[in-house]
Design a protein. Structure first.
Lengths: 176, 194
Protein backbone atom coordinates (compact mmCIF):
# COMPACT_ATOMS: atom_id res chain seq x y z
CA UNK A 1 0.00 0.00 0.00
CA UNK A 2 1.06 3.49 -0.70
CA UNK A 3 2.54 4.91 2.47
CA UNK A 4 0.84 8.24 1.98
CA UNK A 5 -2.56 6.63 1.42
CA UNK A 6 -2.22 4.56 4.61
CA UNK A 7 -1.40 7.69 6.53
CA UNK A 8 -4.47 9.45 5.18
CA UNK A 9 -6.72 6.51 6.02
CA UNK A 10 -5.35 6.40 9.55
CA UNK A 11 -5.91 10.11 9.90
CA UNK A 12 -9.44 9.82 8.56
CA UNK A 13 -10.29 7.00 10.96
CA UNK A 14 -8.81 8.96 13.83
CA UNK A 15 -10.88 12.00 12.91
CA UNK A 16 -13.96 9.79 12.60
CA UNK A 17 -13.41 8.02 15.89
CA UNK A 18 -12.63 11.09 17.99
CA UNK A 19 -16.03 12.80 17.77
CA UNK A 20 -17.78 9.44 18.00
CA UNK A 21 -16.00 8.68 21.26
CA UNK A 22 -16.67 12.21 22.43
CA UNK A 23 -20.36 11.82 21.62
CA UNK A 24 -20.54 8.54 23.53
CA UNK A 25 -18.74 10.05 26.51
CA UNK A 26 -21.29 12.86 26.60
CA UNK A 27 -24.25 10.54 26.01
CA UNK A 28 -23.34 8.22 28.84
CA UNK A 29 -22.41 11.17 31.03
CA UNK A 30 -18.83 10.01 31.52
CA UNK A 31 -18.17 13.66 30.81
CA UNK A 32 -21.06 15.38 32.56
CA UNK A 33 -22.24 18.66 31.11
CA UNK A 34 -25.15 20.57 32.64
CA UNK A 35 -27.08 21.27 29.48
CA UNK A 36 -29.83 23.85 29.50
CA UNK A 37 -32.95 22.23 30.94
CA UNK A 38 -35.96 23.47 29.11
CA UNK A 39 -38.27 22.20 31.88
CA UNK A 40 -36.71 24.79 34.13
CA UNK A 41 -36.79 27.75 31.81
CA UNK A 42 -40.45 27.32 30.92
CA UNK A 43 -43.23 28.59 33.22
CA UNK A 44 -43.63 25.97 35.92
CA UNK A 45 -44.62 25.57 39.52
CA UNK A 46 -42.56 24.27 42.37
CA UNK A 47 -43.48 21.49 44.79
CA UNK A 48 -46.17 22.52 47.33
CA UNK A 49 -47.09 25.50 45.16
CA UNK A 50 -50.67 25.90 44.00
CA UNK A 51 -51.24 24.18 40.65
CA UNK A 52 -51.50 26.25 37.52
CA UNK A 53 -55.09 27.13 36.64
CA UNK A 54 -56.70 24.97 34.02
CA UNK A 55 -57.39 26.51 30.63
CA UNK A 56 -60.96 27.76 30.21
CA UNK A 57 -63.57 25.14 29.27
CA UNK A 58 -61.16 22.27 29.79
CA UNK A 59 -62.67 18.90 30.71
CA UNK A 60 -60.86 16.31 32.86
CA UNK A 61 -60.07 13.16 30.91
CA UNK A 62 -61.63 11.09 33.68
CA UNK A 63 -64.82 13.12 33.71
CA UNK A 64 -65.83 15.51 36.44
CA UNK A 65 -65.16 14.53 40.04
CA UNK A 66 -68.46 15.95 41.21
CA UNK A 67 -71.25 18.07 39.79
CA UNK A 68 -71.38 21.62 41.22
CA UNK A 69 -74.36 22.13 43.46
CA UNK A 70 -75.45 18.50 43.22
CA UNK A 71 -74.53 17.53 46.74
CA UNK A 72 -72.24 14.72 47.84
CA UNK A 73 -71.18 12.48 44.93
CA UNK A 74 -71.92 8.78 45.11
CA UNK A 75 -69.26 6.08 44.81
CA UNK A 76 -69.06 4.79 41.22
CA UNK A 77 -66.50 2.07 42.02
CA UNK A 78 -67.51 -1.18 43.67
CA UNK A 79 -65.42 -1.98 46.77
CA UNK A 80 -64.22 -5.26 45.29
CA UNK A 81 -60.89 -6.86 46.12
CA UNK A 82 -59.10 -5.10 43.25
CA UNK A 83 -60.31 -1.69 44.38
CA UNK A 84 -59.42 -2.40 48.01
CA UNK A 85 -55.95 -3.56 47.00
CA UNK A 86 -55.39 -0.36 45.03
CA UNK A 87 -56.76 1.65 47.93
CA UNK A 88 -54.37 -0.09 50.31
CA UNK A 89 -51.35 0.81 48.15
CA UNK A 90 -52.44 4.42 47.76
CA UNK A 91 -53.33 4.75 51.44
CA UNK A 92 -49.85 3.53 52.38
CA UNK A 93 -48.28 6.19 50.15
CA UNK A 94 -50.49 9.21 50.80
CA UNK A 95 -52.31 8.75 54.13
CA UNK A 96 -50.48 6.38 56.42
CA UNK A 97 -47.81 8.81 57.62
CA UNK A 98 -50.51 10.88 59.35
CA UNK A 99 -53.43 8.52 59.94
CA UNK A 100 -51.35 5.42 60.67
CA UNK A 101 -51.54 1.93 59.27
CA UNK A 102 -54.66 1.13 61.27
CA UNK A 103 -56.29 4.48 60.53
CA UNK A 104 -56.40 5.56 64.15
CA UNK A 105 -54.63 8.84 63.55
CA UNK A 106 -51.30 7.72 65.00
CA UNK A 107 -49.04 7.93 61.97
CA UNK A 108 -45.30 8.43 62.14
CA UNK A 109 -45.54 12.23 61.86
CA UNK A 110 -48.80 12.63 63.79
CA UNK A 111 -47.09 13.92 66.92
CA UNK A 112 -45.46 16.72 64.98
CA UNK A 113 -48.77 18.10 63.70
CA UNK A 114 -50.63 20.89 65.48
CA UNK A 115 -53.79 18.81 65.58
CA UNK A 116 -54.14 15.06 65.92
CA UNK A 117 -55.06 13.54 62.53
CA UNK A 118 -58.58 12.16 62.35
CA UNK A 119 -59.26 8.65 63.60
CA UNK A 120 -60.63 7.06 60.44
CA UNK A 121 -62.15 4.25 62.47
CA UNK A 122 -63.92 6.67 64.83
CA UNK A 123 -67.56 7.68 64.58
CA UNK A 124 -66.75 11.14 63.19
CA UNK A 125 -65.49 9.50 59.99
CA UNK A 126 -67.51 6.29 59.87
CA UNK A 127 -70.72 8.33 60.11
CA UNK A 128 -69.80 10.26 56.94
CA UNK A 129 -71.09 9.17 53.55
CA UNK A 130 -68.69 7.94 50.88
CA UNK A 131 -69.18 11.20 49.01
CA UNK A 132 -68.27 13.31 52.05
CA UNK A 133 -65.02 11.38 52.51
CA UNK A 134 -64.33 11.77 48.79
CA UNK A 135 -64.75 15.52 49.13
CA UNK A 136 -62.25 15.59 51.99
CA UNK A 137 -59.71 13.75 49.84
CA UNK A 138 -60.44 16.06 46.93
CA UNK A 139 -60.41 19.43 48.67
CA UNK A 140 -58.72 18.75 52.00
CA UNK A 141 -59.84 20.16 55.31
CA UNK A 142 -59.09 23.84 55.72
CA UNK A 143 -60.69 24.93 58.99
CA UNK A 144 -60.36 28.62 58.22
CA UNK A 145 -58.16 31.42 59.42
CA UNK A 146 -57.14 31.33 63.06
CA UNK A 147 -58.07 27.67 63.47
CA UNK A 148 -55.51 24.95 63.89
CA UNK A 149 -55.23 21.70 62.03
CA UNK A 150 -56.42 20.62 58.65
CA UNK A 151 -55.51 18.33 55.83
CA UNK A 152 -54.05 19.06 52.42
CA UNK A 153 -55.99 18.43 49.25
CA UNK A 154 -54.95 15.24 47.47
CA UNK A 155 -56.50 16.03 44.12
CA UNK A 156 -53.09 16.57 42.55
CA UNK A 157 -51.79 13.30 44.03
CA UNK A 158 -54.73 11.04 43.34
CA UNK A 159 -56.89 10.75 40.25
CA UNK A 160 -60.67 10.55 40.64
CA UNK A 161 -60.57 6.74 40.49
CA UNK A 162 -57.68 6.61 42.95
CA UNK A 163 -59.65 8.70 45.43
CA UNK A 164 -62.64 6.38 45.28
CA UNK A 165 -60.30 3.41 45.83
CA UNK A 166 -58.97 5.09 48.97
CA UNK A 167 -62.54 5.80 50.09
CA UNK A 168 -63.36 2.12 49.63
CA UNK A 169 -60.27 1.10 51.59
CA UNK A 170 -61.05 3.51 54.43
CA UNK A 171 -64.58 2.12 54.53
CA UNK A 172 -63.22 -1.43 54.81
CA UNK A 173 -60.19 -1.17 57.08
CA UNK A 174 -58.88 -4.59 58.06
CA UNK A 175 -60.15 -5.53 61.47
CA UNK A 176 -57.36 -5.62 64.10
CA UNK B 1 -7.24 11.57 -1.09
CA UNK B 2 -7.23 15.03 0.31
CA UNK B 3 -9.16 15.65 3.53
CA UNK B 4 -11.13 18.87 3.16
CA UNK B 5 -12.69 20.82 6.00
CA UNK B 6 -16.18 20.02 4.66
CA UNK B 7 -15.37 16.31 4.92
CA UNK B 8 -14.18 16.82 8.45
CA UNK B 9 -17.36 18.58 9.54
CA UNK B 10 -19.54 16.00 7.81
CA UNK B 11 -17.74 13.22 9.64
CA UNK B 12 -18.02 15.13 12.90
CA UNK B 13 -21.76 15.57 12.43
CA UNK B 14 -22.28 11.93 11.54
CA UNK B 15 -20.25 10.83 14.54
CA UNK B 16 -22.22 13.01 16.91
CA UNK B 17 -25.45 11.72 15.42
CA UNK B 18 -24.29 8.15 15.90
CA UNK B 19 -23.45 8.89 19.52
CA UNK B 20 -26.73 10.66 20.15
CA UNK B 21 -28.78 7.86 18.63
CA UNK B 22 -27.32 5.34 21.03
CA UNK B 23 -29.68 4.64 23.94
CA UNK B 24 -28.54 6.25 27.16
CA UNK B 25 -28.16 4.04 30.21
CA UNK B 26 -31.38 3.09 31.94
CA UNK B 27 -31.56 5.06 35.17
CA UNK B 28 -35.06 4.24 36.44
CA UNK B 29 -35.40 4.19 40.19
CA UNK B 30 -36.31 0.94 41.86
CA UNK B 31 -38.84 2.07 44.45
CA UNK B 32 -39.96 -1.47 45.17
CA UNK B 33 -43.61 -0.48 44.86
CA UNK B 34 -46.26 -3.11 44.18
CA UNK B 35 -47.79 -3.28 40.73
CA UNK B 36 -50.62 -0.81 40.45
CA UNK B 37 -53.21 -0.09 37.81
CA UNK B 38 -55.49 2.87 38.28
CA UNK B 39 -59.23 2.39 38.63
CA UNK B 40 -61.40 3.31 35.73
CA UNK B 41 -64.32 5.44 36.77
CA UNK B 42 -67.14 3.81 34.81
CA UNK B 43 -69.33 6.83 34.25
CA UNK B 44 -70.47 10.07 35.72
CA UNK B 45 -72.80 9.37 38.61
CA UNK B 46 -75.88 11.55 38.45
CA UNK B 47 -77.48 10.10 41.56
CA UNK B 48 -76.87 13.24 43.58
CA UNK B 49 -78.38 15.72 41.17
CA UNK B 50 -81.49 17.21 42.77
CA UNK B 51 -84.70 16.77 40.86
CA UNK B 52 -87.06 19.69 40.56
CA UNK B 53 -90.57 19.00 41.77
CA UNK B 54 -93.10 21.78 41.11
CA UNK B 55 -94.62 21.25 44.56
CA UNK B 56 -91.32 21.94 46.28
CA UNK B 57 -90.29 25.38 47.42
CA UNK B 58 -87.18 27.35 46.46
CA UNK B 59 -85.55 29.01 49.46
CA UNK B 60 -82.17 30.31 50.55
CA UNK B 61 -80.45 27.80 52.83
CA UNK B 62 -79.95 30.25 55.70
CA UNK B 63 -83.56 31.45 55.46
CA UNK B 64 -84.72 27.87 55.80
CA UNK B 65 -82.58 27.28 58.90
CA UNK B 66 -83.78 30.62 60.24
CA UNK B 67 -87.42 29.61 59.82
CA UNK B 68 -86.75 26.35 61.64
CA UNK B 69 -84.94 28.13 64.50
CA UNK B 70 -87.66 30.78 64.79
CA UNK B 71 -90.25 28.00 65.05
CA UNK B 72 -88.48 26.80 68.23
CA UNK B 73 -86.41 24.20 66.36
CA UNK B 74 -88.94 21.34 66.24
CA UNK B 75 -87.56 17.84 65.73
CA UNK B 76 -90.59 16.09 64.27
CA UNK B 77 -93.27 18.72 63.75
CA UNK B 78 -93.49 20.71 60.56
CA UNK B 79 -92.43 24.34 60.51
CA UNK B 80 -93.59 27.06 58.13
CA UNK B 81 -91.53 29.20 55.83
CA UNK B 82 -91.98 31.42 52.80
CA UNK B 83 -90.06 30.66 49.63
CA UNK B 84 -88.35 33.18 47.36
CA UNK B 85 -91.50 33.50 45.24
CA UNK B 86 -93.67 34.31 48.25
CA UNK B 87 -95.22 30.87 48.35
CA UNK B 88 -96.27 29.55 51.75
CA UNK B 89 -94.46 26.29 52.48
CA UNK B 90 -93.80 23.77 55.22
CA UNK B 91 -90.82 21.60 56.01
CA UNK B 92 -89.39 19.25 58.59
CA UNK B 93 -86.02 19.14 60.31
CA UNK B 94 -85.08 15.67 59.11
CA UNK B 95 -85.93 16.14 55.45
CA UNK B 96 -85.16 19.79 54.89
CA UNK B 97 -82.80 21.19 57.54
CA UNK B 98 -80.51 18.32 58.51
CA UNK B 99 -79.27 17.76 54.92
CA UNK B 100 -77.89 21.31 54.96
CA UNK B 101 -75.43 20.13 57.63
CA UNK B 102 -74.73 16.67 56.26
CA UNK B 103 -74.37 17.27 52.52
CA UNK B 104 -71.06 18.14 50.90
CA UNK B 105 -70.77 20.29 47.77
CA UNK B 106 -73.83 22.28 48.76
CA UNK B 107 -72.95 25.66 50.29
CA UNK B 108 -70.48 26.31 47.49
CA UNK B 109 -68.81 24.19 44.84
CA UNK B 110 -66.54 21.69 46.57
CA UNK B 111 -67.59 22.57 50.11
CA UNK B 112 -67.28 19.95 52.80
CA UNK B 113 -70.32 19.06 54.82
CA UNK B 114 -70.61 20.74 58.24
CA UNK B 115 -70.47 17.40 60.04
CA UNK B 116 -67.09 16.59 58.47
CA UNK B 117 -65.52 18.85 61.11
CA UNK B 118 -68.41 19.02 63.58
CA UNK B 119 -68.99 15.29 64.04
CA UNK B 120 -70.72 13.32 66.78
CA UNK B 121 -67.58 12.75 68.88
CA UNK B 122 -67.29 16.22 70.42
CA UNK B 123 -63.95 15.36 72.02
CA UNK B 124 -62.31 15.62 68.63
CA UNK B 125 -64.78 17.83 66.77
CA UNK B 126 -63.92 21.41 65.96
CA UNK B 127 -65.47 23.81 68.53
CA UNK B 128 -66.66 20.68 70.37
CA UNK B 129 -69.80 20.98 68.32
CA UNK B 130 -71.90 18.20 66.77
CA UNK B 131 -73.90 19.23 63.71
CA UNK B 132 -74.60 15.67 62.57
CA UNK B 133 -77.87 15.19 64.42
CA UNK B 134 -80.73 17.06 66.07
CA UNK B 135 -79.55 16.53 69.66
CA UNK B 136 -76.06 17.72 68.81
CA UNK B 137 -77.26 20.93 67.16
CA UNK B 138 -79.43 21.77 70.15
CA UNK B 139 -76.67 20.88 72.64
CA UNK B 140 -74.49 23.65 71.18
CA UNK B 141 -70.74 24.26 71.07
CA UNK B 142 -67.92 23.92 73.57
CA UNK B 143 -69.28 20.74 75.09
CA UNK B 144 -67.13 18.86 77.58
CA UNK B 145 -68.61 15.46 76.73
CA UNK B 146 -71.21 13.80 74.56
CA UNK B 147 -73.76 14.08 77.35
CA UNK B 148 -73.04 17.67 78.34
CA UNK B 149 -74.72 20.73 76.94
CA UNK B 150 -72.64 23.60 75.63
CA UNK B 151 -73.22 27.14 74.46
CA UNK B 152 -76.46 27.64 72.58
CA UNK B 153 -75.81 28.30 68.89
CA UNK B 154 -79.48 28.93 68.04
CA UNK B 155 -79.84 32.22 69.91
CA UNK B 156 -82.65 30.90 72.10
CA UNK B 157 -84.84 30.75 68.97
CA UNK B 158 -83.93 34.32 67.97
CA UNK B 159 -82.32 33.54 64.64
CA UNK B 160 -80.64 36.84 63.90
CA UNK B 161 -79.02 36.89 67.33
CA UNK B 162 -77.78 33.32 67.10
CA UNK B 163 -74.17 32.23 66.75
CA UNK B 164 -75.12 30.03 63.81
CA UNK B 165 -76.57 32.99 61.93
CA UNK B 166 -73.49 35.08 62.73
CA UNK B 167 -70.96 32.63 61.33
CA UNK B 168 -73.06 31.98 58.22
CA UNK B 169 -73.84 35.65 57.60
CA UNK B 170 -70.23 36.75 58.02
CA UNK B 171 -69.08 34.04 55.64
CA UNK B 172 -66.92 32.39 58.31
CA UNK B 173 -68.68 29.10 57.74
CA UNK B 174 -68.42 26.94 55.81
CA UNK B 175 -64.72 27.91 55.86
CA UNK B 176 -63.04 29.25 52.74
CA UNK B 177 -66.34 30.22 51.21
CA UNK B 178 -65.66 32.31 48.09
CA UNK B 179 -66.31 35.99 48.63
CA UNK B 180 -68.74 36.24 45.74
CA UNK B 181 -71.14 33.67 47.20
CA UNK B 182 -74.42 35.01 48.57
CA UNK B 183 -74.20 35.07 52.40
CA UNK B 184 -77.71 33.63 52.52
CA UNK B 185 -76.29 30.48 50.96
CA UNK B 186 -77.50 28.61 47.90
CA UNK B 187 -81.11 28.48 46.80
CA UNK B 188 -82.33 24.96 47.46
CA UNK B 189 -85.52 23.08 46.81
CA UNK B 190 -87.05 22.08 50.13
CA UNK B 191 -90.34 21.41 51.85
CA UNK B 192 -93.66 21.44 50.05
CA UNK B 193 -96.12 24.20 49.29
CA UNK B 194 -99.14 24.38 51.55
Amino acid sequence: MNKGLAKRITLTLALLATPLILGLLLTYQVIHVDWISFMEVQPSFRPMEDPLPLPPRSVPIEGVAYVPGAGSPSDPIQPDSASLERGKVLYAIHCEMCHGGKGTGSGSIAEDLVRQPADLTGINVTSLSDGEIFMVLTNGVQPGSGRKGGMPSLRENLSVGDRWDVVNYIRNFPKP
Amino acid sequence: MKLKSTHFFTLLLLSLLAGACTSPPNKTLDLNLPAYKSSQVPSLSLAGIPIYYPARCAVYATDLIGAWVSAKAPEKEVFLFTDINGKSCQGTFEWDVLPLFTTANLWYVGALSCRTCHGPDVQVSYARLDLSAYQGILAGSGRSSSEAKGDDILGNSDWEKSELFAVLDKGEMPPNRPADINPRGPIIYAGISR
